[in-house]
Design a protein around this ligand. Structure first.
Ligand code: IPE
Ligand code: IPE
Ligand code: MG
Length: 226
């Protein structure tokens, strides 16, 4: 079956840079090229949602200089890639705890989201300042407030990903085989694909290989397939 939503834990920027004698920040900068390649591959393959774990809540604990470089890159790349979003008719959406961002970065994100909101066939979701436990906690808080009201909606609809189907396939680059506090609720029945490729080396062919692997999986959702 064709996946609707593919997600990627983009890991390995630091190791990629270190191996080349570059700074970790240069590794993050190099990762932008892989983002563009995957966005194009996803559009070509007719994938409706591509979500990318870009910056976790735990990543706020990295050295100040690295965090600042990631914030600058977020701002720079959103601006730089806007023409690509228009050309590929991709809507941009950023999900995470926006309260931790500077008002300026928040405004830039909101402007880019508004400017691309008309595109309905493809959405690129950047999970930024995001963590799975934070998401469940913020959903629980809002759910509790509404609990007992006539319009009470299911718990899931309070998650930051409300309205977006759960990932069908989760790719993690960089060789680690763990979830690192990502979409804990949403990955209940997601297929996992791990690769040793470091994120800045990941390209369209690698994306297509993951998609091919997904197509060979038998998803049972706890049932018995006949
Ligand atoms: C992933 O690459 C990007 C972020 C977490 C922001 P890393 O920076 O974690 O790279 P490695 O895992 O140290 O190589
Ligand atoms: C996960 O990678 C977060 C992102 C890719 C944004 P990390 O490098 O932060 O994860 P751990 O520390 O190896 O689990
Ligand atoms: Mg890492």
């Amino acid at each position: 079956m064709q996946p609707k939503h593919i997600s990627i834990i983009m890991d390995g920027n630091g190791r990629w840079a270190t191996a080349k004698g570059l700074s970790r920040s240069e590794g993050h900068a190099a990762g932008a090229e892989s983002v563009r390649a995957c966005m194009k591959a996803a559009v070509k393959a007719g994938i409706q949602y591509l979500s990318l774990y870009t910056f976790s809540q735990e990543n706020w604990n990295r050295p100040e200089k690295e965090v600042a470089a990631i914030m600058d890159l977020m701002s720079y790349n959103i601006r730089k890639e806007l023409p690509e979003f228009h050309e590929n008719e991709v809507a941009l959406k950023v999900i995470g705890d926006m309260d931790r961002l500077t008002p300026r970065l928040r405004a830039e994100i909101e402007a880019a989201e508004a400017e691309t909101a008309q595109y309905k066939d493809h959405t690129l979701i950047l999970m930024f300042s995001y963590s799975g436990k934070w998401d469940i906690e913020q959903a629980a808080e809002r759910f509790a407030k509404d609990y007992g009201t006539p319009s009470q909606k299911p718990f899931e609809s309070y998650l930051a990903t409300a309205g977006i189907p759960d990932p069908d396939l989760l790719i993690r680059t960089g060789g680690e085989q763990r979830i690192s506090n990502y979409m804990l609720w949403q990955c209940a029945y997601t297929e996992f694909y791990f690769t040793d490729k470091l994120w800045p080396d990941f390209r369209e062919d690698d994306f297509d290989a993951a998609l091919e692997s997904f197509k060979g999986r038998e998803r049972r959702f706890g049932k018995v397939n006949r």
